[in-house]
Design a binder for this molecule. Sequence first.
Ligand SMILES: CC(C)(COP(=O)(O)OP(=O)(O)OC[C@H]1O[C@@H](n2cnc3c(N)ncnc32)[C@H](O)[C@@H]1OP(=O)(O)O)[C@@H](O)C(=O)NCCC(=O)NCCS
Length: 424
Amino acid sequence: MEALKDVRVLDMTHVQAGPTCSQLLAWMGADVIKFEPPQGDATRAQLRDVPDADSLYFTMLNCNKRSITVNMKTAEGRQVFVDLLKICDVVMENFGPGVLDRLGFPWEKIHAINPRIVMGSIKGFGSSGPYADFKAYENVAQAMGGAMSTTGTPEGPPFVTGAQIGDSGTGLHLAIGLLAALRQRDRTGQGQYVEVAMMDGVMNLCRVKWRDHQRLTRGPLSEYSVPTHQGMGATPRAGNDSGGGQLGNAIRCKPGGPNDFIYIVVQEAVWDPLARRIGPEIGQPGLAADPKFATIGERRRNQAEVWELIGEFALKHTKRELMAILNDIDVPCGPIMSTEDLAGDAHVKLREMYVELDHPQRGKWYNVGMPIKLSASPARIERSPLLGEHTEEVLKAVLDYDEAKVAALRQAGAFSAPPKKAKP
Ligand SMILES: CC(C)(COP(=O)(O)OP(=O)(O)OC[C@H]1O[C@@H](n2cnc3c(N)ncnc32)[C@H](O)[C@@H]1OP(=O)(O)O)[C@@H](O)C(=O)NCCC(=O)NCCS
């Protein structure tokens, strides 16, 4: 927790895209002050599994942060915000288009208040272009960034992926941008505006599909298992094809349950040992010498048969047995791990990638751990904050407000939602 220990982040982000970024910054040691409206980040109450407790949606994305609630729709609340801007290194938000402008804080004003501050902003489509005014969620970004059109099979509908590439992927992009901007700030004394559009982030993660999009102008894609032809326009959905220069596929194994599959990459260098290993077991002892599969070109042409042969072998073994058999002969492969498999996996446990935590409202729960391992700054994962848990602490210890000032602000409604109007 040493790497960013002198960085203070004013974190106005909500839902997933922004909070994943600020959680990573917190795990690298930043002091992240989650600045929430009095009713809190909406995800605190979304998909609740324990009555009246912060949801896992919230707790899993907001660890190691301090929470303060401030009503930005009061003059006093806005003054607290300005005071925090003055002493923070980073301010970050992922509100809908125009929200911060409507609250009276465009980037130009924030920069004028604190020229050193770096501002991170996530939008569905950025602040310019014909889509700039649109809101976005994860699957909207997957739809518009090219991921969905290339996921699934040609005859079926487009599919979203389970990995949250639109939200968490964008959070990662933002973290990189913020760290670069801080480095420049340290040299120049000037902050800057760092913007990541979710659609842009998804396009970045679909880079190899753009490679294929351009290759289609020259001819068919020989490694694809689905039909392609020159001039077909869009990169097609190609099921579980590898997407790289090597052939790959997900193969069913014993005993045939929903996740009894293994992904196998038939790397060029491993065909011979692989054919020698599987051939005798499926009654084809001469497989390694069969000219139909002798070169990568032949294997691409006959890949349906390659998968059939490997599939026959795979059905005789479980995915864990296959992982051992194939790694033994250096074949890159991965059993399809369910969340249940992973939750009990020794490797995951050893790498602290599924971490048990305690929470005053919900008791024991788990978070996915820190995937970036810094040798001199290991993460120490701590539970997410309750709503407004640190309001007093931040006002007094960080902003140096005295008791009388805090009381006056509270009286003026700076930390609470306006009372609901009684129905006539
Ligand atoms: C995610 C999203 C669709 C949610 O939309 P939403 O629930 O309507 O929320 P918005 O961000 O548009 O608006 C937030 C409101 O809370 C208000 N608010 C936020 N913080 C506040 C505070 N501390 N005090 C008072 N009001 C506050 C804002 O002023 C705004 O009110 P307004 O509509 O009167 O301007 C939208 O925020 C968005 O498109 N964000 C950018 C893309 C993104 O990050 N999406 C992925 C989310 S995982």
